[in-house]
Design a protein around this ligand. Structure first.
Ligand code: SF4
Length: 337
C-alpha cells in the first residue's frame, strides 16, 4: 500500500478553512493509503512564540484532528518533536541544498518581508519539510496548489541525495552515468480537491491571524453570528439582483458542507435572485451543523477522556520513531557516519 505523509502547524483548534482544505480529505485518504499525519511543532518555532502557548495549541490541534475524523486505529497521528530524527535529516539536507533555491521560495519571500530580522530557520523551513516527508519515504503528499512548490523542493532534495549517496545499482542511467538506487522515493503531489477557502471577509485566505475564521468546534449560535454578516457576491447589492455563485465564498462553503443537490439548488436560486443571501446562509448553517455536530461530540468525549489523546500520540510517536530510526540507519551508513 502506498504511504502518504502530511503535516499541519499546531495553530490550536482547527478552523473550517483547514478542515475543508486539508483535514476532511485526510479523513478520507486514511482508508485508501498507509497514512501518517504530523503536528509540525518544530516548524512553528520559526516565528516568535510562547512555550506555554505552543503546548496548548499543539494539544488543541491534536484534539481537533482526532475529532475531525482521523482515527488512530486506521492512520498514524504524531507530534514532530517526539521524533528527533526530523531535525537530524533536515541538517543533512541543508548541506546539499543551494541557498538560492531556498531564497526563491515564494512563502519565504512573503514571510521574510514582514520580519525585521529573518531567522535562518524561516529560510530553511522547506528543508525541514523535505526531511519530514522523506524520513518516512512517503510515496505521496496530499497538498493544496499553494504547497506544490515546497513539495517540488522535496523532490529535488531526494533526487540530489540519491545521486550523491545512493548505492550504485550496477546498471547505467539514461545519460550513461552509473545508476544509483532511489533510497528516497521522489514524493508525488496528491492534489486536494477542495479549492482554497477564503475568510469571512471574502478577500484573504481564512487564517487566525486575519481574524476571519470559523472554528471547527464553535457552537451553532456563534457560527451563525459570524455567517450572517459574512461577505457574499459584492455585486449583489439588492435582494432582487441576481448573483454569481462562483465569486461568492458562501457558495464555496456550500460546496464543502452541503450535499450536491443543495449546491445545485443554491446556484440556481442565487443566479435567479430566488433567494436572498440570508436565506442562502441559513441553509449553509444547517448543512454545517449536520457535519460539525458529531465532530463537537467527539471533541467533548476527548476532553472528558484526555488519556485517549495521549495514547494516540504516544502510539504515533512510537510507530514513526521506528520508521525514522530505520531510515536514518541507512542514511548514516551511506554517508560514512
Ligand atoms: S445567494 Fe448565496 S451564493 Fe448567492 S451571493 Fe448570496 S450568499 Fe452568495
Amino acid at each position: 500500500m502506498s504511504r502518504i505523509f502530511s503535516g499541519i502547524q499546531p495553530s490550536g483548534e482547527l478552523h473550517i478553512g483547514n478542515y475543508l482544505g486539508a483535514v476532511k480529505n485526510w479523513a478520507r485518504l486514511q482508508h485508501e493509503y498507509e497514512a501518517i499525519f504530523c503536528v509540525v511543532d518544530y516548524h512553528a518555532i520559526t516565528l516568535a512564540y510562547e512555550p506555554e502557548e505552543l503546548r496548548k495549541r499543539r494539544r488543541e490541534m491534536a484534539v481537533s484532528l482526532l475529532s475531525a475524523g482521523l482515527d488512530p486505529d486506521v492512520c498514524t497521528l504524531f507530534v514532530q518533536s517526539r521524533v528527533p530524527e526530523h531535525t537530524e535529516l533536515a541538517w543533512i539536507f541543508n548541506t546539499i541544498t543551494p541557498l538560492g533555491e531556498l531564497e526563491r521560495q515564494t512563502q519565504f519571500k512573503e514571510k521574510a518581508q514582514r520580519q525585521e530580522s529573518v531567522a535562518a530557520g524561516l529560510l530553511n523551513y522547506p528543508v525541514l519539510q523535505a526531511a519530514d516527508i522523506l524520513l518516512y519515504r512517503a510515496d505521496m503528499v496530499p497538498v493544496g496548489e499553494d504547497q506544490v512548490q515546497h513539495l517540488e523542493l522535496s523532490r529535488v532534495v531526494a533526487r540530489r541525495w540519491n545521486a550523491l549517496f545512493g548505492r550504485p545499482t550496477g546498471e547505467r542511467a539514461a545519460d550513461g552515468s552509473e545508476a544509483r538506487e532511489e533510497y528516497f522515493p521522489e514524493p508525488k503531489p496528491l492534489l486536494t480537491p477542495t479549492r482554497r477557502i477564503l475568510g469571512l471577509d471574502g478577500k484573504s485566505k481564512m487564517s487566525k491571524s486575519m481574524g476571519n475564521t470559523i472554528g471547527l468546534l464553535e457552537p451553532p449560535e456563534a457560527i451563525w453570528a459570524k455567517l450572517r454578516p459574512a461577505a457574499t457576491d459584492p455585486k449583489r447589492i439588492k435582494r432582487t439582483d441576481p448573483g454569481t455563485p462562483e465569486v461568492c465564498n458562501i457558495y464555496h462553503l456550500h460546496r464543502g458542507f452541503s450535499p450536491p443537490a443543495t449546491v445545485e439548488h443554491v446556484a440556481q436560486q442565487c443566479s435567479t435572485a430566488g433567494w436572498g443571501c440570508i436565506d442562502c446562509k441559513k441553509v449553509l448553517a444547517e448543512s454545517m451543523e449536520t457535519e460539525l455536530a458529531p465532530i463537537r461530540t467527539r471533541a467533548a468525549e476527548l476532553a472528558a477522556n484526555p488519556q485517549r489523546v495521549d495514547q494516540a500520540l504516544d502510539a504515533g510517536a512510537e510507530h514513526c520513531g521506528a520508521i525514522a530510526r530505520e531510515t536514518m540507519a541507512g542514511v548514516r551508513d551511506r554517508m560514512g557516519f
